[in-house]
Design a protein around this ligand. Structure first.
Ligand code: AKG
Ligand code: FE2
Length: 192
């Protein structure tokens, strides 16, 4: 399954490359190492009377995420402030844009805000495949979305593994104030 999802990630990356108007294979050449890709198999127990949170609202920190969910559903994506259920269908793979693409494209493409809501009486199963980039890759807005079009970068550059380490720390040492959870805005620059 893993090699097929790698391949699917490459196809999604190619489509994004073309939709962003980048030269052919530009993203592929930037992201040629697959060693940081990983996958998780998740099980969500049924909601209780008082609690239905599966995974709270978040954006993924990688490049592109592929989600395969079972027929129970529960994945939701936020659009214009509203939560839209991603209705499960056999053989469907959900493709979520994640933070790296948001930064490289200088916000032209937005990282999908999503969450999982647990169903009342059924367990839910899903696979999430995180198509990533190499840890020592430098991430900053591409010139095609900044100086070549006269726009200021909306993020300062960073090493992918440093961002991942901070996200991991959010989990191992959750800050007491949710405001202090580190996400991609940590690297945001004021452009005004
Ligand atoms: O289980 C799912 O459908 C999504 C999981 C997810 O968003 C994540 O692991 O980041
Ligand atoms: Fe996610």
């Amino acid at each position: 399954m893993f090699p097929y999802l790698c391949k699917t990630g490459e196809i999604a990356e190619k489509i994004l490359n073309d939709c962003l108007g980048l030269p052919p294979d530009f993203l592929k050449e930037y992201n040629h190492d697959r060693s940081w890709d990983f996958m998780v198999a998740l099980r969500y127990f049924p909601a209780t009377e008082t609690e239905n949170n599966g995974i709270a609202e978040h954006e993924d920190g990688n490049c592109v995420t592929l989600v395969i969910q079972d027929e129970v559903g529960g994945l939701e994506v936020k659009k214009d402030g509203k939560w839209i259920p991603v209705v499960p269908a056999p053989c469907n793979i959900v493709v979520n844009i994640s933070d790296v693409i948001q930064v490289l494209s200088n916000n032209k493409f937005k990282s999908a805000t999503h969450r999982v809501v647990r169903s009342k009486d059924k367990s839910r199963h899903s696979f999430a495949f995180f198509y990533s980039i190499k840890g020592d890759k430098w991430v900053e807005p591409f010139p095609q979305f900044t100086k070549e079009i006269g726009e200021l970068p909306k993020y300062r550059g960073f090493m992918y593994k440093d961002y991942q380490a901070m996200r991991m720390r959010n989990k191992t040492h959750p800050p007491s104030n949710p405001r202090d959870v580190i996400n991609i805005t940590h690297y945001a620059l004021s452009t005004s």
